[in-house]
Design a protein around this ligand. Structure first.
Ligand SMILES: Nc1ncnc2c1ncn2[C@@H]1O[C@H](COP(=O)(O)OP(=O)(O)OP(=O)(O)O)[C@@H](O)[C@H]1O
Ligand SMILES: [Mg+2]
Length: 344
């Protein structure tokens, strides 16, 4: 049975912004689903509606079969960590965590036990007496997470909890959160606009644009088989080449590629790791820049008309700026009218 059920939820703000547009999603017991999309695509609004901080204009939200659409946050079995974390700075860590349990009239001894267990869980054992403004950004985010977890919500709602942290810490915390989430088996909706975060954490990804689902599926499937040019360009690095198909041949500038689809305009999508380069007497592209990342290299190329492409290569030292090369795509997808019409 799915634990969280979102059915055709729409949110139109006064002023007419359609933040969320007839959005539906089922999240299974213990699943972690990432909502991924550009700024303004409606991710936070959707999450806030699940948490009860915003009322849908229409549609229904149920949790374990119970309609919660119009319940206030405190009467929902949800816990939310906000985009900009909101710890109480006049309270120490312990009090921040104990607050919600006190409201539930839990006995003091039990509160202490629970708070200490959760602090341990998020790696902050012994920090109870610290004031929250005496913590690093990463520690503050852990407290925010702990404050949600201590209330043992059925559904955990995380809105870009690591956005303000540096890359290194973000990577570590997302691994920790994933571990905790799996250990507790807690159903989680996680908002991010970082595709790395989504690809590494999620059981399933929902790619959102304009308040709607562009595509949803397992991370590897969405990465491998994006159904629209938007998803193709949004997840991972992708070469998207606009061109014309005539007699089964795609053409853009000097670059041609056999494409068995009807004549007309098409967008060809090629991952950098699926674009091989070879030396050639009749080069189709010119090397613009070579970047050596140690484990691999990235070659920026220009077609004759200036179209920029990227190719991932195992041996960057074989290429240099100004060199002419031929392009050998190993796998492509083609799109027309925003739909995928071919994949090799
Ligand atoms: N309280 C509000 N009143 C009016 N419009 C709002 C309100 N909150 C959000 N919006 C609008 O709704 C749309 C979706 O906003 P939302 O915050 O859900 O986006 P988001 O996907 O979370 O973006 P980000 O990645 O920048 O956090 C935006 O166009 C935003 O301006
Ligand atoms: Mg947001």
């Amino acid at each position: 049975m799915s634990v969280l059920h979102i059915a055709e939820v729409t949110k139109t703000f006064s002023g007419g912004t359609h933040a969320v547009n007839s959005f539906s999603l089922d999240v299974a017991d213990g699943e972690l689903v990432c909502l991924l999309g550009p700024s303004g695509s409606g991710k936070s609004t959707l999450l806030r509606m699940v948490g009860g901080f915003e009322q849908p204009t229409s549609g229904r939200i149920t949790i374990d079969g119970e309609d919660v659409t119009h319940l206030p946050p405190e009467r929902r079995p949800t816990g939310m960590v906000f985009q900009s974390h909101a710890l109480w700075t006049h309270m120490n860590v312990f009090k921040n965590l104990a607050f919600g349990l006190k409201l539930r009239r839990m006995p003091a001894g039990e509160i202490r036990e629970k708070v200490e267990a959760v602090l341990e869980l998020v790696g902050l054992a012994g920090y109870g007496d610290r004031m929250t403004n005496q913590l690093s950004g990463g520690q503050q985010q852990r407290v925010a997470l702990a404050r949600s977890l201590v209330l043992e919500p059925k559904i955990l709602l995380l809105d870009e909890p690591f956005a303000s942290l540096d890359q290194h810490l973000r990577e570590r915390l997302r691994e920790e959160v994933r571990d905790i989430q799996q250990r507790l088996g807690i159903t989680t909706l996680f908002v991010t606009h970082g595709q790395d975060e989504a690809l590494s954490m999620a059981d399933r990804i929902v790619v959102m644009a304009n308040g709607k689902t562009e595509q949803m599926g397992r991370p590897d499937v969405v990465y491998r088989d994006p159904k629209t040019p938007f998803v193709a360009g949004f997840i991972g690095t992708m070469n998207l080449v606009e061109g014309e198909v005539t007699n089964g041949q795609f053409t853009r500038s000097d670059f041609t590629f056999p494409l068995p689809i009807a004549d007309g305009p098409a967008t060809l999508a090629i991952r950098p790791e699926a674009l091989d380069l070879t030396a050639s007497d009749t080069p189709k592209a010119t090397v613009h820049r070579v970047t050596d990342y140690g484990s691999h290299g990235l070659v920026d190329l220009d077609l004759a008309d200036g179209t920029r492409l990227k190719s991932m290569v195992a041996h960057p030292d074989l290429f240099r700026t100004g060199q002419g090369v031929d392009l050998k795509p190993r796998a492509v997808a083609a799109y027309r009218n925003n739909q995928q019409i071919f994949r090799s």
